[in-house]
Design a binder for this molecule. Structure first.
Ligand SMILES: [Zn+2]
Ligand SMILES: [Zn+2]
Length: 45
């Protein structure tokens, strides 16, 4: 006898809303040691 759990768990996106910046790679600093303009130093965009 299998107990079928019928509570439908919504697919929750575990991924953060923001993603690792495609420009600085998440460091927040670009190749010139300047604050990444893409993410403004956050490392995410
Ligand atoms: Zn980016
Ligand atoms: Zn960036």
């Amino acid at each position: 006898m299998t107990e079928h759990q019928d509570d439908r768990a919504p697919l929750v996106d575990l991924a953060p809303k923001r993603w690792q910046c495609c420009h600085c790679g998440g460091t927040g600093v670009d190749s010139y040691s300047e604050t990444c303009l893409h993410c403004e130093g956050l490392g995410f965009c």
